[in-house]
Design a protein around this ligand. Structure first.
Ligand SMILES: [Zn+2]
Length: 58
C-alpha cells in the first residue's frame, strides 16, 4: 500500500496517510485540519542496511 508521510506546516504534526490512485481529496492535518501540509520523502534508503557493502566490517 502506498503510505506517505506528511508534515503539517501549521502545527508541525507529522502523520502518515494512505494515498490511493483515485485520491482526489486534499491532504489535511488530523490535528488542526489544515491543508498546508508538505510531503516527506520516504526514508526507505535508511532501512537498507545491506551487509554486502561492508567488506571490511569486523
Ligand atoms: Zn496541523
Amino acid at each position: 500500500m502506498p503510505l506517505f508521510e506528511y508534515k503539517c506546516e501549521k502545527c508541525g504534526k507529522v502523520f502518515e496517510k494512505l494515498i490511493f490512485s483515485t485520491d482526489k481529496e486534499p491532504i489535511r492535518c488530523p490535528v488542526c485540519n489544515s491543508e498546508s501540509v508538505s510531503k516527506i520523502l520516504s526514508s526507505f534508503s535508511s532501512n537498507l542496511s545491506c551487509p554486502s557493502s561492508g567488506s571490511g566490517f569486523k
